[in-house]
Ligand binder design. Sequence first.
Ligand code: 5RP
Length: 263
Amino acid sequence: MDWGMENRMSQLIRPDGHCFFLPIDHGYFQGPTSSLEKPGKTIEPLLPFCDALFVTRGVLRSAVKPAGSKPIILRVSGGTSIVGKDLANEAITTSIEEIIRLNVSAVGVSIFVGSDYEHESLLNLADLVNHCEDYGIPVMAVTAVGKELEKRDAKYLGLCCRIAAELGARVVKTYWCEDFDQVTTGCPVPVVMAGGPKCETELEVFEFVHDGMQKGAIGVNLGRNVWQNPHPVAMAKALHSVIHENYTAREAFELFNNEKNDL
Ligand code: 5RP
């Protein structure tokens, strides 16, 4: 691996081999998402507990302080909305010059395997890898399922992750599912888990994150289950303890309960 690529990867993944990415990119197709109306305010107390931010250039420029910032994973695909025809019909939104100008640690692009736009989204990934590898910038592929959350099983997600890695993604983000080891075993690059819509209980979140880590994930890219929780700081601290301090789900839940009463 070239020095630039290795340096950027090491900004994202901590020396223990794990990572906690905090995504705040949801507005690129959802608009002013609940609890993310003012992203700068939302993230401020959470930054000490996460390792990188996943964000679009618009929110990066308007809401993230450049001095002393956390490593940035720039969301560079889009062009669709929740009120439009098809969420899968994305294109690359950001030039390589802009990616370099913003001095980001990585970029992220969605792929929609099995959708009407499978081919286009996979070529978006491949083209982005072609541009970014020249400059030592890692590409994170996001295995998106649009509105069809029932697609989230090990066979489908394993297929998506493997294709993303084959096309050159350096990291793949996917959903947790039962038998998650089948997903990680078939993927030759690091896998991080997304959260999805807010879970019923905090314990559920800690349980799937812990299970996924035991089964080969290196960490999470988890947003709504953190910043839509009524106690986002306690949630971020507890997740940090599962990812970086080997806490079990129960121990993290206990920490969450203690912290939420203290804050
Ligand atoms: C949205 C994304 C998000 O980064 C991803 O879904 C993770 O966030 P959450 O934990 O809220 O699902 O790619 O397009």
